[in-house]
Write a protein that binds this ligand. Sequence first.
Ligand SMILES: O=C(O)CCC(=O)C(=O)O
Length: 265
Amino acid sequence: MELIFIRQPHFAKPGREFTAHLGICNCGEIGDGFRVAVFFRWWHLAGPNHLKVRQSMLVLPKGVRHMPAYLSRPVQEALVEAVRGIVQQAPLFVPAMPRTGKEMSVRMTNCGPLGWVTDKERGYRYQPTHPLTGEPWPPIPDGLLDLWRQVSGYPNPPQACLINFYTAEAKMGLHQDRDEADFSAPVVSVSLGDDCLFRVGHTTREGGTKSFKLKSGDVVVLGGEGRLAFHGVDRIYPSTSALLKNGGRINLTLRRVTQPDEGSA
Ligand SMILES: O=C(O)CCC(=O)C(=O)O
């Protein structure tokens, strides 16, 4: 069980309102096998004999882990510096939907031996070179390889790190990450900069979705039964972080693309 934060508990005093937040993440399996992120909020509105307790619980689909504030501020700053270096070598490009050619609202680049790209003509795919410059992608920064070792539970390194940049208006529709050959490896996702509203569902479009905010430094892992969970970003909350000088949000997703015995590292 991992205790994430306890925020400012003010204990009950007769007639005075108080609030306490307690967040617990990764506290294991409950019910019929859901992992839970639990958030409690208590408040006292009337006198001492009228303590009202309210509790809300966010139950995430099995295999989906949300680790709030996993990365410290210095680590986040170092990652932003690393991303700046990557973007200088591998400029952001505009991804377009297969067939329709409709432009996505995020801007993308990659690092690692492979990068995820999409365009009207050839659709979703991984390739070893940048679609505009034709150059190989820059390497994945060591800090991200460390993170993968810490949270992925997968013995081989990631082969692709997709870098999405969101302006205040950008979003990402509900989708599955399924262009990889190896679903036994998780997708590890890092949020930097402004908060977003993240939505995650099940492995089909049925069964509903859960929404929660991702903040700078949060890590999400889609693994096991959650590896093919539908997910997306409904909105960005502008000016909620000072990490990026000009605002916006960066999302990094680490992916294993091929089976380890297919020849790559
Ligand atoms: O920005 C995010 O948090 C999610 C990104 C994502 O879903 C993807 O790159 O496939």
